[in-house]
Design a protein around this ligand. Structure first.
Ligand code: OSB
Ligand code: MG
Length: 377
């Protein structure tokens, strides 16, 4: 397919409730949206970089500059047979997985639409619905956390994940475990602890958690390996894993026993599938993480999570938990903790353009550059 032109937007959507983690509070979710166009069709993807580099090091400003000034002009106007050939062309670029992933994911959506098949089919998915849990931000009190955890368990969500940070951990986890003895419960520290917190981490180890997500530094596999050796509870890495090579190193060194795969974080579906395959070769389960995505990113997550080794519930819960109104027409809602794959070609979601325009803060179009001769990469 020849990529004819692209559009970049920065969109800001108000969350129904602010989401608090160990690294800050999000009240409005601001994200990059990329649309690529070919032969009357479009592919769409959502970036997971933030304005401030507090989850990983990539930023919205950095991604926009890289995409509009360097990478999009390089790939527009040319013919790409598939996502593999497109990404081979960009293989020499270091890092910037979230920014490059935007192009990759938008291309997959476009490609699947051109073939008239769901993205999950093209990716090799094996399910038409995926099991999900919820990720609960840090709440105002232990009682409020127990209430919301119980409410979500009653709605059928398959796992309750609690955000923790030093000072907000053992007590709240104990209370939720007591209220929900049968429901799988996990915690996510978003890198807020160090080995100096070993006593607290050892206490968490006694609470029957399914796993502990990213307890230590975002870029430190070594200390995670030391910690895993001291713990019964499996560790799951999120921030640390941006490539399949990271996943191999982490699993080989026993820095974790399972991996949270976020398609945006690892640079697209191809790399996500590689991480998935690496984990499978270690008999390590994977699950699909979330980044408070709108319907666009949410739909990409759902399609990815249909791959075989996504055996733990993901974070892609109902859209209506996040937004009063989403930027896509199709509702993405769970039934008893199960999220159906949106039917239809590509991601199966379509943009509500008037509403999208109303929440767009910035927009630019990128045309294919003039090329001197008919060229192909
Ligand atoms: O670490 O998984 C995370 C949200 C923003 C940044 C990082 C994380 C999260 C979540 C929310 O846990 C998952 C979701 O509901 O989309
Ligand atoms: Mg996480």
């Amino acid at each position: 397919m020849r990529l004819e032109r692209a559009e970049l937007r920065v969109v800001s959507l108000p969350l129904l409730k602010p989401f608090r983690t160990s690294f800050g509070v999000v009240a409005d979710k601001t994200f990059v949206l990329l649309r690529v166009f070919s032969e009357g069709l479009e592919g769409v993807a959502e970036g997971v970089m933030d304005a401030r580099p507090q989850y990983r090091e990539e930023t919205i400003a950095g991604a926009l500059a890289l995409l509009q000034d360097a990478v999009l002009p390089e790939v527009l106007g040319l013919e790409w047979a598939n996502a593999e050939s497109l990404m081979r062309h960009l293989a020499g670029l270091r890092g910037n997985r979230m920014a490059l992933g935007l192009i990759e994911m938008a291309f997959w959506d476009l490609h699947a639409r051109s073939l008239g098949v769901p993205l999950s089919t093209l990716l090799g998915g094996v399910r038409n619905a995926v099991e999900v849990g919820v990720s609960l931000g840090i709440q105002a009190s232990v009682e409020a956390t127990v209430d919301t955890a119980v409410r979500h368990a009653e709605q059928g969500y398959r796992r309750i994940k609690l955000k923790i940070e030093p000072g907000w951990d053992v007590k709240v986890v104990r209370a939720v475990r007591a209220a929900l003895p049968e429901t799988p419960v996990t915690v996510d520290a978003n890198a807020a602890y160090t080995l100096a917190h070993l006593n607290v981490l050892r206490e968490l180890d006694t609470l029957g958690l399914d796993y502990i997500e990213q307890p230590l530094a975002w870029n430190d596999l070594r200390d995670h390996a030391k910690l895993q050796a001291l713990m019964h509870t499996p560790l799951c890495l999120d921030e640390c894993i941006t490539t399949a090579q990271d996943a191999r190193t982490a699993l080989e060194t026993a820095a974790c026993r399972l991996v949270n795969i976020k398609v945006g974080r690892v640079g697209g579906h191809l790399e996500a599938r590689r991480v998935h395959d690496v984990a499978a070769s270690f008999n390590a389960p994977v699950w699909c993480g979330g980044m408070l995505e709108s319907g666009v990113g949410r739909a990409h997550n759902i399609h990815l999570a249909t791959l075989e080794n996504f055996t733990k519930p993901g974070d892609t819960s109902s859209s209506s938990r996040y937004w009063a109104r989403d930027i896509v027409h199709e509702p993405l809602e769970t039934v008893n903790g199960v999220m159906p794959v949106p039917p239809g070609p590509g991601t199966g979601v379509t943009l509500d353009l008037p509403f999208l325009d109303s929440v767009t803060r910035w927009r630019t179009e990128i045309a294919a550059p003039a090329r001197s001769a008919v060229s192909s990469p």
